[in-house]
Design a protein around this ligand. Structure first.
Ligand SMILES: *Cc1c(COP(=O)(O)O)cnc(C)c1O
Length: 376
């Protein structure tokens, strides 16, 4: 059998072919869950696993959270919930944030999922299904407290709640809402939404309540209620931008050098000739690009890291490759097949997001499917 001489670690020959390697630290996810649960001081801590657990992998993250004793999960779409149902113990609770699309309520029952009912139509459909099946069906209800995205508008809630039978056949497990500005602790909208939520809860005596996403877990006791719904913080995104991040980074990413070259003054690099070398430069081309979620907006402004040295992106990020100016490294430090770091201790998901003018959520959820994934 042919041996690949570059394979000097535990990875298989095949694995060395990938252009980039994404390492997901499940112990960090678990530690972040423990920290969130401890901060929640008595509230139940669920895990939000929508969008393939923000790109980290729903199956692996679910197993890690189950091992920490997590028993409640949220997905956005019904199909995500159906998949998650196969990955967690039967006793685990799975909420589907979007609720069922019209005509698909029965699938929630079939797969033991709890829909979050967001509008009068979803509530009516759930009630009708309960009547048809002749038994009460579990559900959560979301109320809109000011974000105007999902949930019952206050007027709809008041109108519906005037009918004593409005929840007939609905076994209401949770009333919830979502904050628009939780990552800005001083934002006045937070307190306004909290008060609106308190008012809405009056329609649901004795029903457990949930308001807090990751950031709101850190807004104080008044925001935590009975159930926390963190996603981003589990995956290491800073819930309080501007303050030190109390959570552990859960992903690291390195990309392989495909080619090295030396260029001279006046030579251009990449599409659009956006970089013109001011003098001799050593250029490394790495095997990751915008098709892998390494955003084109990072062109010319992000870095890769090698031995603690930041090597800048030069030229435009291509679909499958990025060009780096590695002149600051000792000559011969890099050879084709070597790796450079893109997410590492020196450059977090939040750092890359800031460079690209976006948020860590978007960086994580864009992480592509061509990486070799390693779980530790
Ligand atoms: C995505 C989402 C969450 C999780 O938010 P994070 O900021 O990632 O913690 C919680 N609740 C709702 C309704 C969501 O859509």
């Amino acid at each position: 059998m042919m041996r690949d001489s570059s394979t000097n670690d535990s990875c298989s020959v095949a694995s060395t072919r990938a252009g980039a390697i994404l390492t997901i630290d499940l112990e960090a996810v678990r530690a972040n869950y423990r920290l969130l649960r401890a901060t929640g001081a008595g509230a139940v801590c669920a895990g939000v696993l929508k969008a393939d657990a923000y790109g980290l992998g729903m199956a692996q993250v679910a197993a890690a959270l189950v091992a920490e004793g997590c028993t409640a999960f949220f997905t956005a779409h019904l199909d995500e919930g159906i998949r998650l149902r196969t990955l967690v113990p039967p006793a685990a609770t799975i909420y589907v944030l979007h609720g069922p699309m019209p005509g698909h309520a029965a699938a929630c029952v079939d797969h033991d999922l709890i829909p979050v009912l967001n509008d009068p139509g979803q509530i009516a459909e759930w009630r009708a299904l309960a009547r048809t099946l002749g038994r009460a069906l579990p559900a959560a209800i979301q109320v809109d407290t000011g974000m105007s995205r999902m949930g019952l508008a206050p007027a709809d809630l008041a109108r519906l709640a005037a009918d004593p039978h409005w929840l007939a056949g609905i076994d209401l497990r949770l009333v919830m809402s979502h904050l628009a500005c939780a990552d800005e602790a001083q934002h006045p909208v937070n307190e306004r939404q909290r008060l609106n939520f308190e008012a809405a809860r009056a329609h649901f005596p004795g029903v457990p309540a949930s308001l807090a996403n990751s950031s709101a877990v850190f807004l104080g006791d008044g925001y935590r209620f009975d159930l926390l719904r963190p996603g981003a913080a589990l995956y290491g995104i800073n819930p309080q931008p501007g303050s030190p991040n109390p959570l552990r980074q859960a992903v690291s990413l390195s990309a392989r050098v495909v080619q090295l070259r030396t260029i001279g003054a006046g030579d251009i690099v990449g599409y659009g000739a956006r970089y013109v070398a001011p003098g001799p430069r050593r250029i490394a081309t790495i095997g990751i690009g915008y098709a892998d979620g390494w955003l084109r907006a990072l062109s010319g402004i992000s870095y890769a890291w090698v031995d603690g040295v930041a090597v800048p992106f030069v030229g435009t990020v291509s679909m499958d490759s990025v060009t780096l100016d590695v002149s600051a490294l000792p000559e011969g430090r890099l050879a084709p097949g070597d790796t450079v770091d893109l997410l590492c201790a020196q450059q977090t998901v939040d750092d890359v997001a800031a460079q690209a003018g976006t948020i860590g959520y978007e960086v994580l959820t864009r992480l592509g499917s061509r990486f070799e994934r390693r779980y530790i």
